[in-house]
Ligand binder design. Structure first.
Ligand code: NAP
Ligand code: GDD
Length: 340
């Protein structure tokens, strides 16, 4: 019988790549989607008709229990979150509820449905993946960051992720559950939300190239990130749940670029000079910035055999080309209508 996966955050960037990957591996894939008429579900269905949808919300414990009872998954991937860092200052409580407490609710749903209690053997159990984040490192104490680097989160989002991370570890230790966290560094693709800097830049470049805009307004150009391709990172999530022992892993490329270098690469991909178009705006700076993030993914490379495949320049050029195609064909990224 096909193995069954339940993915929260199915309508997001990673949900789509993970679903695509697992379907290719022969899984029966179920996605948890919220709301009574979520337009992002039809976008997903257009791309991946074989994904089955179960309604539920990380804010609603009962809905998660019902989803686990209905799907009877072998593996649960908890990707659902308020994931945009600036929003976490504007809606800190909601971020804590979804991104932090949502992890507790999902773990409880699994624990209750598989009859796990303190001291009971948790064999044959549902395996759980938590989408932890390099944002937990925040003001970094060392570079590159490993599984042992201390956390110093710099946003309500980072704090909520740290709660989910420690809770996942705690359920593993308290109940013997197969529960792991992937500490993923920034990963991007043509399906990235338009609010994140890589996609904001690739869309901005495409608009300027097509004569639809004359400038691109950005915040801090000096921040540095370790950017990889989302398609590579979902393979790592799956590998973590196939390992003999449940452990946490850092996933990233080990290479750091600044926002300025991202901008240069994106404009160069469209044969444009970025300095003619980019305007910096103090209003887009954050109350507390994460200045740099850079992964040391050695553990994942050695123990899981995981490697990233797409270099930074290729990733940026791919995103710019995809957005040029999207806008040239009359697509509207704000309407969630089309996904490459
Ligand atoms: P994304 O595109 O923003 O997707 C977020 C998903 O969460 C969406 O499907 C959204 O559903 C869902 N969601 C929001 N509120 C929810 C709720 N109350 N109940 C259930 N689902 C809810 O994020 P992503 O880039 O795919 O990232 C996936 C996960 O990895 C997130 O947890 C993120 O924090 C984490 N992460 C991402 C990165 C990265 O660089 N991409 C790095 C490290 C960690 P709707 O469509 O209904 O809004
Ligand atoms: N979004 C955005 N918009 N960011 C900008 C802008 C802008 O106009 N100008 C400069 N930046 C800088 C931000 O200040 C930040 O330092 C960097 O670009 C990256 O911002 P985002 O793309 O919004 O990503 P993030 O690093 O804050 O968070 C992403 O990665 C985390 C993993 O490290 C998200 O995907 C999180 O969900 C994820 O956990």
């Amino acid at each position: 019988m096909a193995r069954r996966a339940l993915i929260t955050g199915i309508t997001g960037q990673d949900g789509s790549y993970l679903a695509e990957y697992l379907l290719g591996q022969g899984y029966e894939v179920w996605g948890l989607a919220r709301g009574q008429a979520n337009p992002r579900v039809s976008r997903l269905r257009k791309l991946l008709a074989d994904v089955q949808v179960v309604r539920g919300d990380l804010l609603d414990q009962g809905s998660l229990i019902s989803a686990v009872e209905r799907v009877q998954p072998d593996e649960v991937y908890n990707l659902g979150a308020i994931s945009f860092v600036p929003m976490s200052w504007e809606q800190a409580e909601l971020t804590a509820e979804v991104t932090g407490m949502g992890v507790l609710r999902m773990l409880e749903a699994i624990r209750v449905c598989s009859g796990v209690s303190r001291g009971s053997a948790a064999s044959g159990q549902i395996r759980f993946y938590q989408a932890s984040s390099s944002e937990m490192f925040g003001q970094v104490s060392e570079t590159p960051q490993t599984e042992r680097t201390a956390f110093h989160p710099r946003s309500p989002y980072g704090v909520a992720k740290a709660y989910g991370h420690f809770l996942t570890q705690n359920y593993r230790e308290s109940y013997g559950m197969y529960a792991v966290s992937g500490i993923l560094f920034n990963h991007e693709s043509p399906r990235r939300g338009a609010e994140f800097v890589t996609r904001k830049v690739s869309l901005g470049v495409a608009r300027i190239k097509l004569g639809l805009d004359t400038e691109l307004r950005l915040g801090n150009l000096e921040a540095r990130r370790d950017w990889g391709f989302a398609g590579d990172y979902v393979r790592a999530m799956h590998l973590m749940l196939q390992a003999g022992t449940p452990e946490d892993y850092v996933i990233g490329t080990g290479r750091m670029k600044s926002v300025r270098e991202l901008v240069q690469a994106a404009f160069a991909a469209a044969s444009l000079d970025w300095e003619q178009y980019v305007v910096t705006d103090q209003a887009l700076h954050r109350p507390a910035e994460v200045d740099l993030l850079c992964a040391d993914p050695k553990k994942a490379q050695v123990q899981l055999g995981w490697e990233p495949t797409m270099p930074f320049d290729e990733l940026v050029a791919t995103m710019v080309e995809a957005d040029l195609r999207l806008l040239s064909n009359g697509g509207d990224p704000d309407q969630d209508s089309s996904w490459p």
